[in-house]
Each structure stands twice: as structure tokens, then as C-alpha cells.
Design a protein around this ligand. Structure first.
Ligand code: FES
Length: 95
């Protein structure tokens, strides 16, 4: 069994929540597995409805180019529906 990473998630008007994310599961699905609903629509890295700011940690994508600009990636924006944790994460989600 592979190691999991801890994700701490802050959403507007809600207390922070924490869940475990295995590296083989997108962060969004790991949240749902833990009973935490995150904003989403397409679930394939296109619509950006799941976008969150990564305040700490790192992620990897298994699709060639998720719907983020290079500047957005540099600023720390991620798309949890297609992002796999590669370290413990601290996320702030605007929705
Ligand atoms: S749900 Fe559409 S980009 Fe994540």
C-alpha cells in the first residue's frame, strides 16, 4: 500500500477540513472518499470550477495540460479533479 498525503482544505465560510489523499487518486476524489464535497463539474481538467490555490505542498498531473496558464501554475493554482498529491497539501478553495 502506498503512502498517503494529508490535505488541509480551507473554503469560504467553513472551518478547515483535513483528509488523506493517496498519490494514485486525484485530490477531488480523495476528498469525496473522505465525505468532503468539493466544487466540480467536468472532472477532466477543463472547466476550472474546482480551482484551488495551493498554499503549500506539490501536485502532479497525468494529463498533458490541465486548464491552467503557466502563470497560474506558478502562482500555485491547481485543479484538484486532475491533480495528484505528491506531498502534504494546504489548499484554499474560492468556491
Ligand atoms: S472539475 Fe472541471 S477542471 Fe476540475
Amino acid at each position: 500500500m502506498s503512502a498517503t498525503f494529508t490535505v488541509r482544505l480551507q473554503r469560504p465560510g467553513a472551518d478547515p477540513v483535513q483528509f488523506e489523499a493517496p498519490p494514485d487518486l486525484p485530490v477531488l476524489l480523495a476528498a469525496e472518499r473522505a465525505g468532503i464535497a468539493m466544487e466540480s463539474s467536468c472532472r477532466n481538467g477543463t472547466c476550472r470550477s474546482c480551482i484551488c490555490l495551493m498554499d503549500a505542498g506539490s501536485v502532479a498531473y497525468r494529463i498533458a495540460w490541465p486548464g491552467l496558464s503557466l502563470d497560474e501554475k506558478r502562482e500555485g493554482w491547481i485543479l484538484p479533479c486532475v491533480a495528484h498529491a505528491t506531498a502534504d497539501l494546504q489548499l484554499t478553495c474560492p468556491l
